[in-house]
Design a protein around this ligand. Sequence first.
Ligand code: HEM
Ligand code: HEM
Length: 462
Amino acid sequence: MKLLKWFSFRGKGDKSIARKQQFIAQKISRRYCFSAVSFFALQSVVALLGSLDLVIPDLPSPIPFEFGRAIHLGLADLWPLIGTMGMVFFFTTAELNREIYSPRLARWQYWIVMLFSVSIFGTLALRIGNGREFLEGMPIFYVGICLALALASYNLIRTLLTDKRNITPASATMTVGIIFLFLLLLPNTITYRNPITDEVTKFWVVHLWEEMAFELTSAGFIATFYVVSGLAPRAQVEKWLYLEASMAVVGGFYGTGHHYYWIGFPAVWLAVGSLVSVVEVIPVGMLAIMTYKGLKSVKVRSNREKLTLWLLLSSVFYHLTGASLLGLFITIPWVNLYMHGTYVTSGHAHLALFGSLGFVVLAGCYYILSRGSEPTLKGYKRGVLAVCLLNGGLITMASALLVAGFMETYFWRILGMDFMEVRLLINPYLIMRVLGGAMFTLGNLLLSWRIFKAWQTTKYKK
Ligand code: HEM
Ligand code: HEM
């Protein structure tokens, strides 16, 4: 039996996940993914209005810019989190080929994470917040998100322990990722008087969530998908997974040092932060090589897998460029001294948070919500068009932000020109960002619609 299971899941181009019975956890994961995609659609609309507000200051708006920005940043963290929760349940059951420990807990977890996320956005819209960038909702709501993550961690640990001998590296990596998401958010549920402690714990979410915990959950999904679509043999994928997981943990922990440069930490972090950040780039490079080799030797035929791959390839591209290489450049202490907090950071943030993480979560959500239906050729082409619009929009937005950031660095930080004069000089680039944002929003709505259609078609399928 065990041997049979091995072959049913381990072969090259293994389609068994797609064909197998649907577990309850996999049905539940659809809710998470559906909500994540809906929040993503909302985020672009909010952000587009915000970016317009920056270039047309008297634009009538129901919410002041700072609260709109806070909602935008809250969404930027929370929709990938909700999508990731769904992906982890789906791919853990697929990897282990059995049900999770408690589907009921997974259902509760969904309502809890939704309740507290909506509470964060709702109260921010009512202008109630704490001003702590990225975590601007009231602290009590983050207790709720923590509770959801604690339930997920417990459920996944119990799932793995039910049959210890059959734990796969991908399922273990995803579980560890979820545990880290919980542990890193936990210190952020209380408030600190000491501003250094406050900043550091904030970066455990802003940086460590993205570059360590999400890195692990995404790696588990990528590994499973590469095996299923036949892009790489399991042995090779698992080798990469071990390396990626260990480097994400080591690189993530010490690499966070690049956020400690100017907040009152000892100077040794300038060296630790910059040197260890190099480690973060290695597994991404390996993933790119593995993907390149896979694409050269295998032809993916299913339209559903091809569209997932378009989204994944976009993610690999930005992971390597906008996140890793650009991140490494702004990590150099002499560069960071001048560029810190300029629009270059915003360019990197969009390329990394959406480009790298957002695309991977969308790939997972699309794959899960379209399970059991192949898109028509027309549907597939529209999906590809949506991905192109998202890419075109993101590249336009990020290029405009990078130029604006370099100008800020030179005119404001180096030449010492007046802030407002510089602000006028960069205005054309902020207008260009609005145009990029419009293209991005169009791609977003088109893709969300495609995913919605896939969800509708597969809604009642067993
Ligand atoms: C998927 C991976 C990544 C994500 C999602 C990500 C996301 C972000 C975000 C959202 C910020 C803005 C933080 C803020 O406004 O305070 C930021 C800043 C920063 N990131 Fe990343 N990042 C990633 C990878 C990297 C890597 C690999 C490096 C370095 C090798 C890096 C270096 C930096 C630095 C130095 C800053 C601070 C810039 C400043 O001082 O203003 N990032 N990142
Ligand atoms: C229509 C698309 C989007 C537009 C027009 C847009 C616009 C904006 C604006 C106006 C800000 C305020 C600060 C600034 O001026 O840069 C901002 C910040 C930010 N956005 Fe977006 N955004 C978009 C999509 C996204 C997506 C999809 C994500 C991630 C999932 C994201 C993540 C962020 C982050 C992390 C920051 C903080 C950057 C920093 O540290 O300075 N944005 N965005």
